[in-house]
Design a protein around this ligand. Structure first.
Ligand SMILES: NC(=O)c1ccc[n+]([C@@H]2O[C@H](COP(=O)([O-])OP(=O)(O)OC[C@H]3O[C@@H](n4cnc5c(N)ncnc54)[C@H](O)[C@@H]3O)[C@@H](O)[C@H]2O)c1
Length: 479
């Protein structure tokens, strides 16, 4: 039996051990699904805190419960280690390490290279390696393959190499790791066959594509699509502001078109580990081929303006109340990059807070999902670590302005409206607030002379009820 046949047999009989390198937002859910499929999942992480936590049956990822981790650890189907020497004992290895950008927005593949070198150190015939980390087209073949073949083994014959982009959407109650269709591309046809044998058992639907490059491009195209459409919604918000038209009403009405429209919403700026970063991977690659991705550049520019646009709204609103930003107390409501999650990475809230601090405001925050903002070396915020303040009536009353950056569903916005004197609402959830706070939105809602009477009392319009038969258009926000 050759190496490929042995691998396929181990996968089919569930006798395979599947290594998952990097046990973060992507890797831990994947390791759990691997274990659920009956394979032994062996997680690798350079963080001892993560390794010890998993082995003790504790999850550090919001979407994965400690109960499920403890159950698989108890059954012997899930364990974690930081000993890279154990990679050689795995039949297959999925790599889910970070792919950040440098300060100049160039790809930082150092984690992918380090993981590939660790795999190469113990690579043996019959192993399958799948890269999951988001990256530019060509990374699997041009960067990983030479590292893996350096020891003399040949791809497609001795070992197998694929790219399969992770599509995890943290906090999404419907689409999770297993039921989200999984795109898969092999470096050779035999690689794709091996990849299908494993992932076909772990995921409900596999979408095979012609090559690893095609699979890499699918991921950056998906996220570029979102980034550009969010930029269009942000540009619309700025246009509506000048036209004195409610941007939310325009978008909701447009979303009633049953065909040819997909709803995206404006907001305070891009956030998360994917949407603000991934398109730059494609831009960088295309620059090496003397091609400018102009749509990406323009959309990035528009999205990057949004935190400043929001701060401008705060300045103007305070000014109308005859107050200066300098010395004003400003509460940021919601600092995670999107609703109902605890992830602060690239969150526009941090930029809004920093800009307000630079103008002399005394900035504090409330976020039920993020009890603390720590100094991770990526933010110039003053006063770190900063703790979330309890959202009391007194706190709301003593603030000169409340800036609603992230619309967590557990916050009582009616209470905010009742006790705050001024709210700058970047998410449109407090449109039509009947009394109490003066609410200013992205497109000037609440501005003197505006007729906001179409927005119902007590919060945002629930257009799914108002517009009978409205199209069930896909709602897309940030990150
Ligand atoms: N978070 C998301 O929503 C999401 C969605 C789709 C794709 N992605 C992509 O998936 C990849 C991973 O993202 P994430 O959000 O899971 O990152 P993360 O930071 O949550 O987790 C990465 C983990 O990898 C570990 N690690 C780093 N170097 C390692 C090494 N050499 N060996 C073993 N472990 C190592 C880190 O300690 C960390 O625990 C990125 O390329 C990202 O762009 C993320």
């Amino acid at each position: 039996m050759n190496a490929c046949e042995q691998l396929l047999r181990n996968l089919e009989n569930r006798e395979a051990t599947v290594g998952v390198m990097g046990l973060g937002y992507v890797g831990l859910p994947l390791a759990v699904e691997v274990a659920r499929s009956g394979y032994r999942a062996l997680g690798f992480d350079v963080s001892m805190r993560v390794v010890e936590g998993i082995n003790a049956g504790q999850s550090h990822i919001q979407d994965i419960s400690s109960e499920i981790v403890a159950a698989f650890v108890g059954e012997g189907l899930l364990s974690a280690t930081s000993e890279e020497g154990r990679l050689g004992g795995c039949d297959a290895i999925s790599i889910c390490v970070p792919t950040p950008l440098s300060k100049t927005k160039d790809p930082d593949l150092s984690y992918v290279v380090a993981a590939s070198e660790a795999v190469a150190a113990t690579l043996r015939p019959g192993q399958l390696v799948i890269l999951e980390s988001t990256t530019y087209p060509g990374t699997t073949r041009d960067v990983m393959l030479p590292i893996l073949e350096a020891g003399g083994l040949r791809v497609g014959k001795d070992f197998f190499l694929c790219f399969s982009p992770e599509r995890v959407d943290p906090g999404n109650p419907v689409w999770h790791t297993r039921n989200t269709p999984k795109v898969l591309g092999g470096v050779t046809p035999a690689c794709l066959e091996a990849g299908l044998a494993l992932y076909g058992a772990v995921f409900d639907t596999i979408v095979p594509v012609e090559s690893a490059e095609a699979a890499e491009l699918v991921k950056v195209y998906e996220n570029t699509f979102r980034m550009i459409n969010i930029a269009l919604a942000n540009e619309l918000a700025q246009a509506c502001d000048r036209l004195n038209v409610d941007v939310w009403g325009v978008i909701e009405a447009a979303a009633t078109k049953p065909f040819g429209f997909m709803k995206f919403t404006p907001g305070p700026g891009l956030g998360g580990h994917c949407i603000p970063l991934d398109p730059h991977y494609l831009s960088w690659k295309m620059r090496t081929l003397a091609f400018r991705t102009r749509m990406i550049e323009l959309a990035s520019e528009i999205n990057a303006e949004m935190p400043g646009f929001v701060v401008g709204k705060v300045v103007d609103a305070l000014n109308r109340a005859k107050k200066a930003v300098n010395g004003s107390r400003v509460l940021i409501l919601g600092v995670a990059y999107k609703r109902d999650i605890d992830d602060l990475r690239e969150s526009p809230a941090l930029e809004v807070m920093q800009m307000l601090q630079e103008k002399g405001a005394a900035v504090s925050y409330h976020d039920p999902f993020c009890p603390q903002i720590r100094d991770d070396g990526h933010t110039a915020l003053e006063g770190l670590p900063m703790r979330s303040r309890e959202l009391s009536d007194e706190l709301l009353r003593e603030m000169d302005a409340v800036v609603l950056v992230t619309d967590h569903t557990t916050v009582d916005y009616a209470r905010v409206a009742q006790h705050a004197t001024l709210v700058v609402d970047t998410r449109g959830v407090m449109r039509g607030t009947p009394e109490g706070a003066s609410v200013v939105g992205l497109s000037g809602e609440g501005r003197p002379g505006r007729n906001d009477s179409l927005a119902p009392a007590g919060g945002a319009v629930d257009w799914s009820r108002v517009v009978a038969g409205a199209a069930d258009s896909q709602v897309a926000g940030f990150g």
